[in-house]
Design a protein. Sequence first.
Length: 173
Amino acid sequence: MARKLYVRINQAEKPLVLVRDHETRTWRPQDGQRVDLNAGDKGIFSVLIGGRSVRAFVVKEDRELGLVKVRIGGKLYTMTLEDERAHLMQTLGLDKRAGIVSPELKAPMPGLVLNVLVKPGDAVKKNDPVLVLEAMKMENVIKAPGDAVVAQVHAVQGKAVEKGQLLLVFAKG
């Protein structure tokens, strides 16, 4: 089964999606673009893109935060790396990195909204219950990802939601 790695370069809105079929294989762009990557000395890479060779130097790496700074030519690029799980958490608005509260809370699964526990203007603390979602005959309490103020409520009691559907929008608390 192919694994994916999501790379955001200089905080780009849309990540570059890399895939590989096996742990020993090289990561390659999902779109099929041909890229050859060869490791030289520690932190130095030769990248062949469309027949053009480019040298890339790793300037700084923080594996815990998934950050890599790379110098190519005279330009410095900051890359944020996310595995599939981290990307899904961020996409669903459940990103908890560095205490950052995602401005949107999305449905983690399809279900029925049983109860909306907040309204616009309500201040919530991290892990405060904000709504109850029934999925697979179980009640799931959805909690606030961090300290914030509820800006908008999109969830409607008694209405079904799909996975990834916008439930709430937060403003900084």
